[in-house]
Design a protein around this ligand. Structure first.
Ligand code: SAM
Ligand code: SF4
Length: 327
């Protein structure tokens, strides 16, 4: 079992399988993209499977595949098939923009994948196009509805972006009214790869919630897992639910059970921290299993207590992008 230096159990790995993406969300990266990693610095699918297996043997029982856009890796299903056969791994989930997932939905269901998070920051084509700089709204919407109808537990991540999409906060709830889906509202964070100057957050979780309360005063809070980053709510008569994630306000650090590993092997123990080390060459070297385990124990034994503490240790401003960190 992995226990950090603040006595938190770490059982959840967020594994970025690529830093590349077919969209250019303006809160995530510049229009020209970021300086993407060279191919030989990215883990192969075989390496990602091996790394996952080592971490599962140390006590990780939930893995979320993220990126970049995971499905830009054409062989991604090889990894997912391997993970679905891994003893001790109880939950495999995916975070995706849902543009490329269509051909894989049937197999994902057959492999027992249940939890899919989809980023969708608008409920109309024009706003979606402005934010993502690509015209893919219809395919994303159709894939979301298809996955809901296939019985996946779909959660939609909507970042409240001042001056861009807050007029869609209430219309987004139509999805939760008509479908068994959770619409989650997130605060924007300063990881945009330098695409915009981050001024702080004018739409924080309190403002989002009070905006929803004006339209739906009778919503009720529903229980969430102790390690959940979202506070969750139900509006009477709605098939689905909604949630709020205070990603910038960071009210959830006390129960954080997460470890992040990027597609090039950076080990990140807090979203707001610099990578604590790089595991790639260690995994590629001799006696790798034992050495990887030691390095993971070392990183987990040296975690910041909160995102604010980690932020203090950061030198300078944030230049990194969520497409590298994986969210
Ligand atoms: N491409 C996939 C997607 O968009 O769902 C997975 C990777 S994406 C980097 C993971 C998550 O990070 C998404 O939910 C996205 O909305 C979130 N994200 C990216 N940049 C962000 C920012 N500046 N603030 C808050 N969340 C951000
Ligand atoms: Fe791509 Fe996801 Fe970043 Fe949007 S948020 S640019 S879909 S990695």
């Amino acid at each position: 079992m992995l226990i950090d230096n603040h006595n938190r159990k770490i059982n959840y790995l967020r594994l970025a399988v690529t830093d590349r993406c077919n969209l250019r969300c303006n809160y995530c990266m510049p229009e020209s993209g970021i300086d993407f990693s060279k191919k030989d610095t990215l883990f192969t699918l075989e390496e990602l499977s091996r790394l996952s297996s080592i971490l599962v043997s140390q006590g990780i029982d939930k893995i979320r595949i993220t990126g970049g856009e995971p499905f830009v890796r054409k062989d991604l299903m090889v990894l997912i098939r391997n993970l679905s056969n891994m003893k001790g791994l109880k939950d495999i989930s995916i975070t995706t923009n849902a543009t490329l997932i269509g051909p894989y939905i049937t197999e994902l269901k057959a492999l027992g994948i249940k939890n899919i998070n989809v980023s969708m920051d608008a409920i109309n084509r024009e706003t979606f196009k402005k934010i993502t700089r690509r015209d893919e709204y219809n395919i994303v919407y159709d894939n979301i509805i298809r996955m809901i109808n296939e019985g996946f537990n779909v959660r939609i991540n909507f970042i409240a972006l001042t001056g861009q999409n807050t007029q869609d906060i209430l219309p987004m709830l139509a999805l939760a009214k008509n479908y068994n889906v959770c619409v989650r509202y997130l605060e924007e964070m300063p990881f945009n790869g330098g695409s915009r100057h981050f001024e702080g957050n004018t739409w924080d979780y309190k403002r989002i919630l009070s905006h929803i309360k004006e339209a739906y005063p009778d919503y009720e809070e529903i229980p969430s897992e102790a390690t959940s980053t979202s506070m969750n709510y139900k509006i009477p008569g709605f098939k689905g639910t909604f949630g709020i994630i205070p990603s910038f306000s960071r009210t959830f650090c006390g129960s954080c059970n997460r470890l992040r590993i990027t597609a090039t092997g950076d080990v990140i123990t807090c979203l707001y921290a610099q990578p604590s080390m790089n595991i790639r060459e260690i995994l590629r070297g001799e006696s790798s299993e034992e050495k990887v385990k030691q390095q993971i124990l070392k990183a987990i034994g040296n975690r910041a207590k909160t995102g604010f503490e980690a932020q203090k240790l950061q030198k300078g401003t944030y230049t990194n992008s969520m497409t590298t960190i994986g969210g």
